[in-house]
Design a protein around this ligand. Structure first.
Ligand code: PLP
Length: 716
């Protein structure tokens, strides 16, 4: 980081803070940047690096002359240094020695913060949450991914409801990333094979508390123009681009780690996109004289693979001509011929035989998991054909249910409330189930008023964005209605936000428009629904779904009760999961592998109204939210009808009456009891801390032990 910031010496280390995403989940560090410049804090959507770029010398001078600011600064730095140096961690207490090892975590996307738009949805946010938590519990994790210089697209919805995808080049000076130098000569790139050619990759380092990430980038002058474009965008382009991206991620990722002198003990592959790394690790051993089978048996023992979706199209598969094009010079290096190489990923897709990345990954990893108990079952069934001699229940794919990074997703208002009523150090112990028994000590009125305040914050945020759309994009008046300017702070507010994929059925609630209109328009008990989400740029079904909902949001017959918030990403997600009253989830079962947005809502006291799919069957106990529909039906159409009717019935008979049943002081005590039960049962269990501890105990630590035992026996 250069000194062009012009930061006074007294607070010089504020740059270090800005360049460590730790600030993004530490409430005091966040407050420090907010105190530094409140206007820039809002304008930059909470981006400390951008704040330091834009801040005026006068404001900096004021800050260093303000004793209370300096005291606060010193306090934050003290905790920052403690985090980076302390030996007292869960990993050191539980698995001594593990902290000297490195866990490599490969993922095509990482959702750390909105200032680094290299994620598209739940998969990326999960990877980001996993890295944040790893550092917190003392797990030495190094993430490997991509810097997409144009990121994932920003969404603009045209007046006719059609989604426009806008790509903006990332300004590297305004993001907390630093270029990597590979040696003393200051070289900033390495070479990797791409088919029969070589290409160059550069890397950026991202500090995430005690964990760090290395993001690869091909946009450097050494490359041909088409290779420079290779890493430009996340999930854009055809199969040819996709396989090249995955070659960079997998093969390039291993070479990057070697160039950095890092030797991971365990290699975690998040989703099949990353699976070429397994081949590269085998190639390294074959180059040293081992045969393929021996090398594969060895790398398998230290490889973790997590599969993330039961949707067939969600598993990358490449046709033979592409595999031939990029691997015909590679398979001899593995000691394989074409047929044996093909067999590693061979799978029958709808469109013919292909090289399937999940098949490859399942074959070359010992530790395999799905992301919820139900997804485990579905995955064992889905992949049973790969283990023809094994009964379905014994297919070696287990499950570790996803979780969320509590500190990232909780509202500031609730941090305070929990400090007062749960425990001053609740954040450090939040995965302790017993701790949350104290939820009942929170006074109903306090909880209710806090939640109302969080909701007003959401509505202010939405109105402010509508105002900006009016100013900047010359939106049409009816678009401001659709954007939520008429939202009512007193009305029961349902939130629905996630990617617009067909199986997620965003439009299920519109199945019977007349019935819905009655529900929304009830004068005494009004209901409003806020939607948000992006459709994949190549997914016309998703885009049409979005258009349908957007047009309803513009329709005056809906009276402003349907709202669509543009450009869903982590910043918007924070306001939504914290601000609405109910979180709606209506996927077509069993296609939701886990889902995590409902966990974020629950953490903030927002009960979920969901199909019993993904994580929900594990969490729902009958009194911490609602499960609707999901019963088997003869056809998809009939299932949609039944699910929609079940949704209306629960809304009409349970959700709405409970919300509007108020005591004389206007507090809905039935509802506050529900909020408390939601928090009590979900916060400790569906935290990513529980999940990362599970990965550590069940996969990482045993994998390291197996590896060590092997090295020992080879020595003796
Ligand atoms: C949490 C999150 C998701 C995942 O939502 P699901 O309901 O699990 O699909 C997607 N996008 C963003 C921006 C998120 O924060």
């Amino acid at each position: 980081m250069s000194d062009i910031f012009g930061i006074p010496d007294r607070i010089a280390r504020i740059k270090e803070l800005a360049y460590d995403f730790w600030w993004s989940w530490d409430p005091e560090a966040r407050h420090l940047f907010e105190m530094l410049d409140r206007v820039l804090w809002d304008r930059t959507h909470h981006n400390p690096v951008a704040i330091l770029r834009d801040i005026t010398p006068e404001r900096l001078k004021e800050a260093v002359e303000d004793p209370s600011f300096l005291r606060y600064y010193d306090g934050v730095l003290k905790r920052f240094d403690h985090l980076h140096t302390t030996k007292k961690t869960w990993v050191n207490d539980t698995f001594p020695g593990l902290s000297e090892q490195t866990i490599a975590y490969f993922s095509a996307e990482f959702g750390l913060h909105n200032s680094l738009p290299i994620y598209s949805g739940g998969l990326g946010v999960l990877a980001g949450d996993h890295c944040k938590e790893a550092g917190e519990i003392g797990l030495p994790l190094v993430g490997i991914g991509f810097l997409y210089p144009q990121g994932y697209f920003q969404q603009r919805v045209q007046a006719d409801g059609w989604q426009e995808a806008i790509y903006r080049p990332l300004d590297m000076n305004r993001v907390a990333i630093e270029p990597v130098k590979f040696n003393e000569r200051g070289e900033s790139f390495i070479q990797i094979p791409m088919g029969k050619r070589m290409i160059y990759i550069a890397a950026w380092k991202v500090q995430v508390g005690r964990a760090c990430l290395f993001l690869m980038d091909t946009n450097i002058p050494q490359n041909e123009p088409w290779d420079r474009e290779l890493s430009a965008r996340l999930y854009a382009g055809d199969q040819d681009l996709r396989i090249r991206q995955e070659i960079v991620l997998g093969i390039g990722g291993v070479r990057l780690l070697r160039a950095l002198g890092i030797s991971p003990a365990v290699w975690h592959c998040n989703e099949g996109h990353t699976a070429f790394q397994m081949l590269e690790r085998i190639r390294e051993r074959v180059a040293q004289g081992e045969n393929f089978d021996t090398a594969a048996a060895i790398i398998r023992k230290t490889t973790v693979f997590t599969t993330h979706t039961p949707v067939a199209a969600g598993h990358d598969a490449f046709p033979s001509h592409l595999v031939e094009k990029y691997f015909s010079s590679y398979w001899p290096e593995l000691g394989l011929d074409q047929a044996k190489f093909w067999a590693l990923g061979k799978h029958l897709e709808d469109w013919g035989e292909a090289f399937n990345m999940t098949v490859l990954a399942l074959g070359l990893s010992k530790w395999k998991n799905a992301v919820s108990a139900q997804h485990g079952k579905v995955s064992r069934k889905m992949w049973q054909h790969l283990w023809p001699d094994v009964e379905e229940k014994d297919v070696p794919i287990t499950s570790i249910t996803n979780g969320i990074h509590t500190a990232t997703w909780i509202a500031p208002e609730l941090i305070e409330l929990f400090r007062r009523y749960i425990a001053p150090d609740w954040a450090e112990r939040h995965d302790d189930v017993a701790l949350w028994e104290r939820t009942s000590d929170i006074p109903d009125k306090v909880l209710w008023e806090t939640r109302q305040q969080m909701k007003r914050k959401l509505l202010n945020f939405i109105r402010e964005r509508a105002r900006m759309a009016w100013l900047r994009d010359r939106a049409e008046p009816v678009q401001l209605l659709a954007a939520g300017t008429l939202l009512d702070p007193e009305a029961l507010t349902i939130g629905y936000a996630r990617r617009f994929a067909g199986y997620k059925r965003a439009n299920l609630i519109f199945h019977d428009l007349e019935r819905l209109k009655k529900i929304l328009g009830n004068v005494r008990r009004p209901v409003q629904i806020i939607f948000a989400g992006k459709a994949h740029p190549a997914d016309d079904i998703g885009k049409r779904l979005l258009q349908e909902i957007y047009n309803l949001a513009k329709d005056s017959k809906m009276a402003g009760h349907i709202v669509f918030v543009e450009n869903y990403e982590m910043h918007v997600a924070h306001f939504l999961v914290q601000g609405v009253d109910v979180w709606l989830n209506s996927p077509r079962p069993p296609l939701e592998a886990s889902g995590t947005s409902g966990m974020k809502a629950a953490l903030n006291g927002v009960p979920q109204l969901s199909i019993p799919d993904g994580w929900w069957p594990e969490a729902h106990n009958g009194s911490n939210g609602w499960a609707f529909g999901g019963d088997p039906a003869p056809s998809q159409e009939e299932a949609d009808v039944a699910d929609a009717n079940s949704l209306y019935e629960i809304l009409e008979n349970e959700v709405i009456p409970l919300y509007y049943r108020r005591d004389s002081d206007h507090v809905p005590r039935g509802w506050t009891a529900l909020m408390k039960e939601t928090i009590r049962t979900i916060v400790p269990q569906f935290s990513i801390r529980r999940a990362v501890k599970e990965y550590t105990s069940r996969f990482y630590a045993p994998a390291v032990n197996a590896k060590n035992a092997e090295t020992l026996s080879r020595k003796t």
